[in-house]
Every structure is written in C-alpha cells, then in structure tokens.
Design a protein around this ligand. Structure first.
Ligand SMILES: *Cc1c(COP(=O)(O)O)cnc(C)c1O
Length: 445
C-alpha cells in the first residue's frame, strides 16, 4: 500500500500498520468555525479547574503540593528519541522531541484526569450553586465542605469505561461524596477495579465490550433523576476539560523557549480511543497555534475506529468489527469499536492524519522508554511514539511534510509525544509488559 493513500478495506482487514493522511484538512480558522463546539470551549474549563483547585487540594493529599492543579510535565527525551529513530535514521541532527507526561497526572494516573475531573466538577458546581452551597463569585473551596458532601451523597455519578475513564470519574466522584458507579467492559484490568472498590466506588462488570458497558450505564442512569451519566461517546464537558490542556502546553513551550509559528512547526502525536481526549487537545491546540500545529492520532491496529470514521465519511455506521477487527489488544485504553461523533465532527477538517500501531510495536516502545528514560507508561500511552517514524521515515509521512512545506523546516520543528497513562500500573503488571516486549528492530515502519 502507498501509505499516503486511504488504506483499502483489505489493508485494514489485514491489520497492517498504516498512515492515513486526511484529505479534508482545512485552514485552521475555517475548520474551527465549522466545528460543532465553540472555539474557546477550553477557556471555561480552564477557569473551572482554577476555581476548584482549593477544593481539590483539600480532597486529595497528593494534590496539596500543587495547590490542586491538574497538570503534567513537558520533558525533553533525547536518549529515547535517539534510540527510537537511530536504527533507520539518515545522517543529520535529531529532531527536538518532547514528551507531555500525562501518564503522571495525579489521582487518575492518565489523561482521563483532564476530561473526567472536569465533568464531575462541573456537575458538582451546578448542584452546589442550585442548592445555595456555593455563592456566585466565590472560589469553589466549599465543594469540599461537609454541607456539600451531604448534598452530593443524594446523587449518583455513573460512567461506562474500559478502565481509565472509570478511574478518573470514580475517584473524583467518590472523593466529593457522590455515589459513584463504574460500568467496566471486559478489557478492564483487575487492579483498576480493585483500586476503585477500595475508594468506595461501585464497580459493575460486563462481559461485553466498551460500547455495551456504556449502553448499560446510560440506560440505568437515564431512568433516575438523581443520576448523572458521563457519556464518553457524546460529552461536551469531557471534551472541554481536554481542550484546557492546550494552554498548559503553550505555557510550557514558552518557558522552554520553544517557538511555534509558521517557521517553527509543532507536530503532536496523540493516542486515540473514542477520540474525545485527543480531539479536545487537538482542538485547543489548533485554536492557539492555528496552521503551525499538526495533530496526528494513534490507534492500535485492532481498533482503528477514528481512522475508519474519518476515512469513510459516507459510511457512519461502520465500526472496526465490520473489518473483522476488534481482537484483544494490550492497548486496553484504546480498545473502542466506534469513534465519538462529537470528536469526529470536530476533527473532520482539523486532523492531519491517523496512524496505526501493532501491539508488538507498542510494547517495544514502552520498553525502550523505560530503558532510556526510566519512565513507566502503559501500552496505550506508547501508541503515539510510532508517529515519529511514520512522519520522518515513511513515504506517506515525507509526502505530507513536503505538501505542507515543512521539509526545509525540519531543524526548526518540535515533536510532542503525548503519553496518556500508566503511572498507577502495579509493578508486577509492568514487569509483564517488559517481558512481552520484542526487540525494537522487529517494529515498523
Ligand atoms: C482513554 C485513553 C486514551 C484516549 O482517549 P479517548 O477519549 O478514548 O480517545 C488514550 N490513552 C489512554 C491511556 C486512555 O486511557
């Protein structure tokens, strides 16, 4: 397959890693105007995180030091970048590669802290304001008071999840005093269920996939006026929480004297499940950096749901099962058969492309990051790493860079690899990932 073309149905069925370049990519200003959500959607979320920080600092000991801020580091990973690119690299300097360490996000241990915490806080603020527990204009420290807790204990917050969203919603909802219910799909790891139960969350296990877990949760919550269901396939509040990450990244780039403009492109590689998390972040970045930022989503070869949704726009009913895919994957956080319609709508003209990564590559990259930089991530979070090789070492990637006029700017480009989860993974489980990891040379492209 010429990787710059739409992969055919046969390519997808074969489960081969591929790079799909979005033929509908439009100027950022036009694409933002055509999107289903307002361009400044991340701003209100950012303000909410700031208002609620004092309450979070009181509710979670691990947030006391940061004053309740939900933020992650932006770190240079030169040893990792050299090792990742070395075996196939032509002469020339290494590109600047930074890692956005959302795997270290507190309490939830994944990128879901951004969207998930935001939606629970929005619901809590709304209830508390309606019931006079919060006064308009004040900060939201009162969300951690006994009065708020008594109010919240009458309400239920529910979610369907492959694991990490459940962790984020469950931990935050339980900490505020809500009845928290998490519907888990078959992929969900035992240690996540255990940890949630330990925090007082009700975990309902489903034999089916992620869609089935979401449907069950949605049906139960809709029947109950005291329930709020966090709908990963449709939620604007989750999307807004993710979008708020864009300003955090901009401030960190500025602090590290990294320029982003027409002459200094920014390429961002984001692991994708339903597309809400990477979609929100890409949307926020496009608003801040416009055409200077190029966003790529990464999916496991067994679950290319976002690729399928964008590459076959005239067939919205398609899921990965229609391609004979959906097999078990180590990337449990990305094991989603169908994309979020909201995220797909928002990304239709903003996303540069989608690439897929095999499980063996995910594990090899996970092991390489551990070996070179000592970081521990989960397989889903390693999905973005393949993007560096796709862009810099494949014909399709080179064609994209040439068309965008970026080839001559390679030395001035910055690549951001977004690591999305893993710091809570138990040691034994992480050791198993390392054991399963093949040597990198076997990994493509
Ligand atoms: C959920 C998740 C993603 C992707 O988020 P979506 O909103 O489902 O696209 C990426 N990485 C990890 C580790 C996740 O848990």
């Amino acid at each position: 397959m010429d990787a710059a073309q739409v992969p055919t149905e046969e390519d997808l069925r074969a489960g081969c890693p591929c790079l799909w370049i979005n033929p509908r990519l439009a100027p950022a200003a036009d694409a933002l105007a055509a999107a289903p959500v307002p361009a400044d959607i991340g701003d209100a979320a950012e303000a909410r995180f700031a208002r609620c920080a004092p309450a979070l600092a009181r509710l979670f000991p691990e947030l006391a030091a940061s004053g309740g801020a939900i933020a992650s580091r932006l770190v240079a990973v030169p040893r990792f970048a050299a090792a990742l690119l070395d075996d196939s690299r032509a002469q020339g300097p290494l590109p600047r590669v930074l890692l956005k360490a959302d795997h270290e996000l507190p309490v939830a241990g994944s990128i879901k802290a951004r969207g998930g915490f935001h939606e629970v806080l929005e619901f809590a603020e709304k209830l508390a304001t309606e019931h006079g527990v919060l006064q308009a204009g004040n900060d939201s420290a009162a969300l951690a008071n006994p009065e708020a807790r008594a109010l919240f204990s009458r309400y239920r917050v529910a979610v369907g999840s492959t694991g990490n969203l459940g962790m984020s919603i469950g931990m935050m909802a339980a900490a505020l005093g809500f009845q928290a219910v998490v519907h888990m799909s078959a992929e969900a790891k035992a240690w996540k269920k255990q940890r949630l139960r330990g925090a007082g969350v009700t975990v309902v296990e489903h034999a089916g996939d992620y869609e089935a877990a979401v449907a069950a949760g949605r049906a139960e919550a809709n029947a109950d006026a005291y329930s709020h269901f966090v709908d990963d396939e449709r939620s604007v509040s989750l999307f807004a929480g993710y979008a708020a990450a864009a300003k955090e990244l901009r401030a960190q780039l500025a602090a590290q004297q990294v320029r982003v403009d027409a002459h200094h492109p920014l390429l961002v590689y984001l692991p994708c499940g339903v597309g809400g998390a990477p979609g929100g972040i890409a949307f926020g970045l496009k608003r801040l950096f416009g055409d200077a930022v190029h966003c790529f989503f990464a999916e496991p070869t067994a679950f290319p749901c976002f690729l399928v949704r964008l590459a076959f726009p005239e067939r919205p009913e398609l899921s990965v099962y229609d391609f004979g895919l959906g097999q078990a994957t180590q990337a449990d956080g990305l094991a989603v058969p169908r994309a979020s319609e909201l995220a797909a709508d928002a990304m239709r003209q903003l996303l540069s492309g989608v690439f897929t990564v095999s499980d063996s590559t995910l594990l090899a990259h996970l092991a390489l990051l551990h070996e070179t930089e000592g970081m521990r991530i989960e397989p889903s979070a390693a999905a973005g790493f393949g993007g560096l090789r796709w862009l810099l070492h494949s014909d399709g990637g080179q064609a994209y860079l040439a068309r965008q006029g970026l080839q001559a700017r390679a030395a001035d480009a910055t690549h951001v690899l977004w690591t999305t989860g893993g710091s809570l993974v138990p040691q034994e489980q992480f050791a198993q990932f390392l054991e399963l990891a093949p040597a990198l040379t076997a990994a493509g492209p």
